[in-house]
Design a protein around this ligand. Structure first.
Ligand SMILES: Cc1cc2nc3c(=O)[nH]c(=O)nc-3n(C[C@H](O)[C@H](O)[C@H](O)COP(=O)(O)OP(=O)(O)OC[C@H]3O[C@@H](n4cnc5c(N)ncnc54)[C@H](O)[C@@H]3O)c2cc1C
Length: 512
């Protein structure tokens, strides 16, 4: 089978590329996805359709790759969920819809990506959204496929109101729109969830495009490797219904995510040569950066018993606190999530759950293959909190959360004993560090494993348009392409990147 553009992975990025590229009726596009497809609203299972926080919003095993990662040397078996379904992780995620801030993109530009400054990406953030609260405004859009709204305060739970109150009293500024470039402080989370329905790229972008005659969607179809001929990608080999088949195209675009894309590249012989030889993969092209530079938003979970039974709401997180850590010059480098979890949603029963999270860690991990078998999980070594600066900011975050919850009057009638926390380790930096390393958890934002950058950077895997260095006809467009994470949950940024590169590929934007 052959086509003009073959996209691997129908997730946040892949579905946007498929939808935008097929606007040109003369371009034949194939979209290959390892997971199942639910083509109509009625056929969507509840875990995919409903928001995070409802009991049925927890990811079904059949829609999850179920990776395991090594968080730190003493937390070696951390579950790392990833969507395996048409919609990808956008179909299983928590729908927090925050944008990166101007400083993030200044950093990307400083790494040699001068077409990714904030003013160059802002039009694509606006293009993809339909902001129900702010509509078309200087920094917003209302014509995009992704619906976004915030809970009005009248609908906030008592835990969220108490949190906002505690934050304001502690001096954090009010933040009505966390997607404004200079915003910080406490305010409502923007959520891509409308009337309880998760706005994945499957029910938005792909739904609008899936009946086009020039788009072919192959679900339950797992790409094993890219086929190369004389330095050019010509197709992929994929397994479907127990058979291995070849699919050919003029251009291959890998959109398999921060874990899937570097895995496919390495299985195709594109990656760090020495590692590939060690595990028995024939080297086609030595690209040392594949699997390096792995980023996430590391976190820990603190829990208190609850003295009230929270109601089921479509989203647990309503109030968002972003702030800059003491002695940090990285604006908004911390974010805190807080939620009253209902009895039925967790084995430990109803509790208050608080996650102080590094919104921009300086530490980085790496991804490697376990073997030359496509079915084997890759090794995910996150190396959270290895850097002293990351540990210092996390210690401060834990102490801040504890102070706000335990000392603020509004929480007194809501919360009881600590269920999970550092206890006596709180007052001793070294002991608290040990607790952090033992309890480190993923922020679910794995990225940057195939970073973009100039060919002169030996760890850059692709150029600013996602074209893989040294291989013709092959692009990467997904979370793996980010040169560093952004100070925000990354879904909106991945979508923005797909919109921007799709516009370039369609000849509707500048490419150099
Ligand atoms: C539990 C969870 C909660 C999250 N919450 C939020 C949140 O609230 N806000 C936010 O901004 N971000 C959140 N994220 C992160 C965000 O959803 C992802 O970073 C984003 O969706 C990544 O987009 P992507 O296109 O890079 O990859 P994905 O959307 O993961 O798409 C990759 C696709 O490729 C497919 N694939 C992989 N390998 C192959 C293969 N070999 N063959 C064929 N297909 C393949 C996958 O099945 C998947 O469909 C969350 C993620 C998770 C898992």
């Amino acid at each position: 089978m052959t086509c003009d553009t073959l996209i691997v992975g129908a997730g946040s990025a892949g579905n946007i590329l498929a939808a935008r590229l097929t606007e040109d009726a003369s371009r034949e596009v194939m979209l290959l996805e390892a997971g199942p497809d639910y083509p109509t609203g009625d056929s969507l299972p509840e875990d995919i359709r409903l928001g995070f926080g409802t009991s049925s919003g927890i990811i079904a095993k059949s829609h999850d790759w179920g990776f395991d990662g090594r968080a730190t040397p003493i937390r070696v078996d951390m579950p790392v969920p990833r969507g395996r379904v048409v919609g990808g992780s956008s179909a299983v995620n928590a729908q927090i819809f925050l944008r990166g801030i101007p400083e993030d993109f200044a950093a990307w530009a400083a790494m040699g990506n001068d077409r990714w400054r904030f003013e160059q990406v802002l039009p694509y953030y606006c293009k993809l959204e339909n902001d129900h609260d702010f509509g078309r405004a200087e920094y917003h859009g209302e014509d995009g496929p992704i619906g976004v709204r915030r809970y009005p305060k009248e609908e906030w739970g008592p835990d969220q109101l108490a949190w906002a109150d505690a934050c304001r009293q502690a001096g954090f500024p009010e933040c009505p729109d966390a997607n404004l470039p200079q915003s910080t402080g406490i305010g409502p989370f923007p959520l891509n969830n409308i009337d309880g329905v998760r706005q994945s790229t499957a029910v938005t972008y792909l739904a609008q495009a899936r009946n086009r005659p020039n788009l072919r969607i192959l679900s339950n179809c797992t790409t094993l490797r890219v086929l190369l001929e004389r330095g050019r990608a010509v197709g992929v080999e994929a397994a479907r219904d127990g058979k291995v088949e070849q699919y050919y195209a003029d251009e291959i675009v890998l959109c398999a995510g921060g874990i899937g894309t570097p895995q496919i590249l390495m299985l195709s012989g594109i990656g760090p040569a020495q590692h590939l030889r060690e595990i028995g993969v024939e080297v086609s092209h030595d690209l040392p950066g594949v699997g390096e530079n792995m980023r996430d938003h590391p976190t820990v979970n603190l829990r208190w018993a609850l003295q009230f039974e929270p109601t089921d709401r479509f989203h647990w997180h309503q109030a968002c606190l972003r702030y800059t850590a003491d002695e940090s010059d990285l604006t908004n480098d911390m974010i805190i999530y807080i939620a009253a979890v209902p009895e039925h949603a967790d084995a430990i029963g109803a509790h208050l759950f608080v996650r102080p999270t590094l919104n921009l860690a300086v530490g980085q991990g790496k991804l490697r293959l376990r073997s030359a078998e496509a079915g084997d999980q890759p090794l995910l070594d996150y190396r959270y909190f290895e850097e002293p600066f990351d540990r210092a900011r996390q210690r401060e975050g834990i102490r801040l959360c504890t102070e706000l919850v335990e000392e603020h009057a509004a929480f007194r009638s809501l919360c009881g004993d600590v269920l999970d926390g550092p206890g006596e380790a709180m007052d001793d930096d070294a002991a608290l560090d040990s607790w952090i390393l033992a309890n480190a958890d993923t922020g679910h934002h794995t990225s940057s494993t195939c970073k973009m950058g100039p060919a002169s950077d030996r760890l850059a895997v692709a150029d600013q348009s996602g074209r893989v260095h040294g291989i013709d006809g092959l692009r990467v467009v997904d979370a793996s392409l980010m040169p560093d994470s952004v100070r925000a949950n990354i879904n909106a940024t991945v979508m923005m990147m797909a919109e921007k590169i799709a516009a370039e590929m369609a000849g509707k934007a500048e490419v150099s």
